[in-house]
Design a protein around this ligand. Structure first.
Ligand SMILES: [Cu+2]
Length: 147
């Protein structure tokens, strides 16, 4: 009886896990509004996780500015009163510089920001739970023999 009860609990855990899975590990959408002004971006550093869908809205507060992301080779422009936008999946890890792609004045070359793409912790949680449940399933097989 005790074993049967335990087996049922494990069954519920496994079923719950697989039902819960698609929602919890779905990609996250991250939206940023970056204000460009001679000669900086605000914010100048944005952090995402690998696999996130990233949307960047570029707003110019003075003259025309651009935003080019190194490594992703993506570019957009923002005119005064007309925003630029970029959307992409952050599939490359690491620190990527983004820089102004429109010559906007004497300090234009120093107009730089950073996109940090960190590890996807959700992936490791997923792996851990999968191994844990695999061990649980293995336990079920052993219990069955004793029944
Ligand atoms: Cu600029």
């Amino acid at each position: 009886m005790k074993i049967r009860c335990l087996r049922f609990i494990i069954f519920l855990l496994i079923t719950g896990y697989w039902l819960f899975l698609p929602a919890s590990f779905a990609e996250e959408e991250k939206i940023f509004e970056i204000k460009a002004k001679k000669f900086s971006y605000n914010p100048s550093v944005i952090n995402v996780r690998k696999g996130d869908r990233v949307k960047i809205r570029l707003i110019s507060e003075d003259v025309t500015h651009g935003l080019y992301i190194d490594g992703y080779e993506l570019n957009t422009r923002a005119f005064p009163g007309q925003d630029g936008s970029i959307s992409f999946v952050a599939d490359k890890r690491g620190r990527h510089a983004f820089r102004c792609s429109v010559t906007c004045g004497e300090f234009h070359p120093y107009m730089i920001g950073y996109l940090n793409v960190g590890p996807n912790a959700r992936f490791y949680v997923f792996m851990f739970l999968t191994l844990f449940l695999a061990a649980g399933s293995f336990g079920l097989i052993i219990f069955r023999k004793e029944d």
